[in-house]
Design a protein around this ligand. Sequence first.
Ligand code: CTP
Ligand code: CA
Length: 232
Amino acid sequence: MPDHATALDALGLTITLTAGPTREPLDPVRYLTNHSSGKMGYALATAAARHGARVRLISGPVSLATPAGVERIDVESASEMLEAARQAIADSDIFIGCAAVADYRAEQYNEHKIKKTPGDETLVLRLVKNPDIVATMASAEPRPFVVGFAAETRDVEAYARDKLERKNLDMIVANDVSQSGLGFGADENAAVLLWRDADNEPGRLELPPQSKATLADAIIATVVARFHATQR
Ligand code: CTP
Ligand code: CA
């Protein structure tokens, strides 16, 4: 671990994070989800605890151990994740949305297992948009310092800056998920941190490919420094 991981710059702060995928049920035995492993969010929770913060981790279904000293709240769907985030917001100084929230859920949940219809070769599922959790946190009053992630396959920084503005976030962590061996499921990742400073000037910090643990540490250090800068 880098030396600054031992800097207790987040002492006295409460940091709430979301991590992992969400799972959107179709019927009692089936669901829609994505490939998020939760590794990046769990690495961030670990780093935040090392920086001295009280850490609350709202987690979708993952096969990872709860980091030491972290309070974990397990959820499945995006709606459950939003509800847990709403309950956590009042006493959070910083909210980091790292979860790969499913953008859509089934319009109708089937109480019973969906059966094949004889003769039908296709099945149409109608999906509806899920609420945006980070945007909801960023529009709350009073609101914590809100950090989002942007996983993109092209025009990474342009799309990420657009999300920063559109969701009214304080900072965004842009990931290029088209690079093999980085991001989804991998142990390594790279990122570009984007924000607006006090004079509304664009801020930018590029973090090269490294382990998710050291990357998480650098992200937490930057988020906490920006948080303190905005409190002045
Ligand atoms: N996010 C969220 N709630 C959603 C969708 C996304 O909180 N319903 C958050 C993610 O946790 C992440 C950020 O929004 O911090 C960006 O997620 P991403 O999937 O990159 O962006 P979207 O706004 O969903 O846009 P798109 O998938 O169309 O690129
Ligand atoms: Ca999305």
